[in-house]
Design a binder for this molecule. Structure first.
Ligand code: PML
Ligand code: MG
Ligand code: MG
Length: 245
């Protein structure tokens, strides 16, 4: 099997600004078709035309792990305030401190990061080594059967079912880590206003109107229980190939 990744960015004052990304695990015969699809996606992204597109094609040599997809629910909120109230209370139920939750919101509403922030769920300490880059969840693919089942479930609820599939794939790998208690995600796409919170406890909860339409904010944060071997955690999330079933 092969890992395919696409990353498109804008270059501004020597700084790379992420505009879109995609990735998956595929058979050799699928590489050409999927690479074309990724390139098209990079060049036609609503966040703008990129200055740089990186396509990575890598043969997977290690064993691919298999994990369960989180169950999906949609929670209908009508304003960002209502969404935040709901989210804050669900995260607090998991034992995440007020400080840690507030930090996650400030990261999501602050400067754009390419990856996710890692937050100590009690002390609110930022744990990832590179705070600009964050942690990226990579080497993931959803199994075809599960994909079809999820598409059926969400097709009436979203204009972009593919986005849901990709987000559930990320969230399921993240939630499989024993020390990660929860994740929060707001899309950085200005017009995609549904986000999610996820955890082993309550699954993947899609939250509508998590932000106002047209807002370019977004990001991801993972809440972790310490002590934790950060290097090992990052290696698993970024490098270990996983199929979500
Ligand atoms: C959904 O369930 O509708 C997806 C929400 C998160 C999308 C994150 C992203 O922009 O890819
Ligand atoms: Mg995006
Ligand atoms: Mg942000």
């Amino acid at each position: 099997m092969w890992s395919l990744r696409m990353r498109a960015s804008l270059l501004e004052k020597n700084r790379e600004i992420h505009i879109s990304g995609a990735e998956g695990i595929y058979k050799f015969e699928e590489l050409e078709r999927v690479l074309k699809k990724y390139l098209k996606r990079a060049l036609e992204h609503p966040n703008g035309t990129p200055d740089k597109v990186v396509l990575t094609v890598e043969k997977i040599k290690e064993e691919i792990q298999s994990i369960r997809a989180l169950p999906i629910e949609t929670v209908f909120c009508y304003t960002p305030e209502q969404a935040q109230k709901f989210i804050d209370s669900r995260l607090a139920d998991l034992g995440i401190s007020e400080k840690a939750i507030a930090l996650a919101w400030s990261i999501i509403r602050g400067q754009k990061m390419r990856g996710a922030a890692l937050i100590d769920c009690l002390t609110a300490e930022r744990l990832e080594p590179d705070k600009d880059r964050g942690i990226r969840v990579s080497r993931i693919q959803m199994d075809k059967k599960r994909k079809i089942q999820i598409l059926k479930k969400v097709k009436k609820l979203t204009s972009e079912p593919q986005r849901v599939i990709e987000a559930v794939t990320v969230a399921s790998k993240v939630a499989s880590v024993p020390e990660i208690i929860a994740e929060i995600c707001v899309s950085d796409n200005p017009d995609y206003t549904t986000g999610y919170i996820s955890s082993k406890k309550f699954g993947y909860l899609r939250i509508t109107n998590i932000k106002k339409e047209g807002t370019p904010i977004g990001g991801r944060a993972f809440f972790v229980k310490t002590p934790i071997d950060i290097e090992r955690l990052i290696k698993f999330l970024e490098k270990t190939p996983v199929i979500v079933k």
